[in-house]
Design a protein around this ligand. Structure first.
Ligand code: PNS
Length: 162
């Protein structure tokens, strides 16, 4: 069984993430989307909310499942019996840090990293940018699945004055 992990924060999932997950699902028998539980950083969405959105938008892929992890990514890979990580590369600027992490991860546990060039449609996209645009009322329709757009609207709309 060839199993790969697509790790990330996914706060929230974007169409760029989905493109990578979908393409990975055609290359591997099983793809596990690993959502990092980062206790030192509060996200816009809880890990449970991120997982729920990810599960909904990946439901059409029968070889993709979504799990959370804390601690080292290589330990999660070992627990999932996956020996390959898939990382999307949007631009050369992603490469420096991704290369460091890939080299650390292979040194730590022999986990390989495969870099997948992002679809140019999404090469400028990040969860942070999407959150910023949505926060100020910009249209994020082309960048995220509909359920994520609605969740952003709900989360970022200030309550009416009392
Ligand atoms: O979506 P992100 O926030 O860019 O994803 C970063 C992620 C989750 C891939 C990275 O922070 C990570 O691997 N964290 C787990 C902790 C770990 O293993 N650190 C050592 C990396 S070499």
């Amino acid at each position: 069984m060839r199993r790969a992990v697509c790790p990330g924060s996914f706060d929230p999932v974007t169409n760029g993430h989905l493109d990578i997950v979908g393409r990975a699902s055609r290359l591997f028998d099983e793809v596990i989307v690993g959502v990092l539980i980062n206790q030192s950083k509060t996200g816009l969405f809880t890990v449970e909310e991120r997982i729920a959105m990810l599960r909904e938008v990946t439901a059409s892929y029968d070889n993709v499942r979504v799990e959370s992890f804390r601690g080292l990514l290589v330990d999660f890979c070992r627990a999932q019996q996956a020996s390959v990580l898939i990382k999307g590369i949007r631009a050369v600027s992603d490469f420096d840090y991704e290369l460091q992490m890939a080299q650390m991860n292979i040194g730590l546990a022999g986990v390989e990293t495969l870099f997948m060039p992002t679809n140019p449609l999404y090469s400028f996209l990040s969860s942070s940018l999407v959150k910023d645009v949505a926060k100020w009322g910009g249209d994020v329709t082309p960048h995220v699945p509909d359920i994520v757009r609605e969740a952003l609207k709900t989360r970022l709309t200030p309550p009416p004055p009392a």
